[in-house]
Design a protein. Structure first.
Length: 268
């Protein structure tokens, strides 16, 4: 129970019985869960303030200890009564804001060594069990005070792709360069690949045996084809479907590889 030792040293002069030491331990456990002590008695007194220390006169009545607490966010106010019945202490706690009530019964001898009240390291025993009893019997039923967020929310730039399920991940791995894509010219450019096979664009429905999307040398239909078309026979920019081989050195498929529609003759 970190922090209890300096509190015990501060309150040691007022601790004369085992139940005093137990109340001191219970008080610190409430402090650990976000509560601060206001004072003694059922009603508030003048000049009260929230404190981690026990108020003056907290041990005056050895049979009934009455303490009031308030959460750090001011949402909850507790009234604690610790009543001694023979060798046991009955804790009755009420949250005045919600009217919830919780109670726990503790055997004093299970957690305090009465013969070692002068030595903090020997005065308490079974501290983990005591913390569990307080947490499960008082804190959990009444609800722990809400903790204010101390961490600033992330900005949009700091949110990674995998932290936001509503954002689509990038189509290429992070850190790699996206492939260059030709931007659309206009809505009226749809089908331009088929209307102008030599326009340098790709994606049309007609197979281009000249592979016009790749740079070629010596292919300009408007300048004519030696032995087949005179210069100027094909207007610049007009559609041109090549016929016959364009040269013995040209690689790739035969430009006449497609038969006429409806003609199925393997010897053609």
């Amino acid at each position: 129970m970190a922090g209890l030792e300096p509190l015990y040293a501060w309150a040691r002069a007022a601790i004369s019985r085992p139940q005093d030491a137990l109340v001191c331990g219970i008080h610190w456990e409430l402090v650990r869960h976000g509560y601060r002590c206001l004072g003694t008695g059922d009603q508030p007194g003048p000049d009260e303030r929230k404190s981690e220390l026990l108020p003056p006169g907290w041990e005056a009545n050895k049979e009934v200890y009455t303490l009031r607490y308030k959460s750090t966010d001011d949402a909850c106010e507790l009234l604690l009564k610790a009543i001694m019945v023979e060798d046991s202490m009955i804790l009755n706690v009420m949250d005045r804001s919600s009217q919830k009530v919780a109670d726990v019964t503790l055997a004093v001898a299970d957690y305090i060594n009465p013969e070692h009240l002068d030595d903090f390291h020997k005065a308490y025993k079974n501290t983990e069990e005591l913390r569990t009893r307080i947490t499960s019997g008082i804190i959990a039923p009444l609800g722990a005070p809400a903790e204010k967020a101390t961490k600033e929310p992330k900005s949009k730039e700091d949110v990674h792709w995998d932290e936001n399920p509503l954002r689509l991940p990038p189509r290429q791995p992070m850190g790699t360069r996206a492939p260059s894509r030709p931007s659309p010219l206009s809505p009226f450019a749809v089908g331009g690949e088929d209307l102008d096979p030599f326009g340098g664009r790709s994606g049309g429905m007609i197979m281009d045996p000249l592979h016009s999307s790749f740079p070629q040398r010596g292919i300009d239909p408007s300048s004519g084809i030696p032995g087949r078309l005179p210069p100027g026979a094909v207007p610049p920019g007009a559609r041109f479907d090549p016929f016959g081989p364009l040269g013995a050195e040209r690689p790739g498929p035969d430009p006449d590889h497609l038969p006429p529609p409806g003609y199925d003759d393997m010897f053609m």
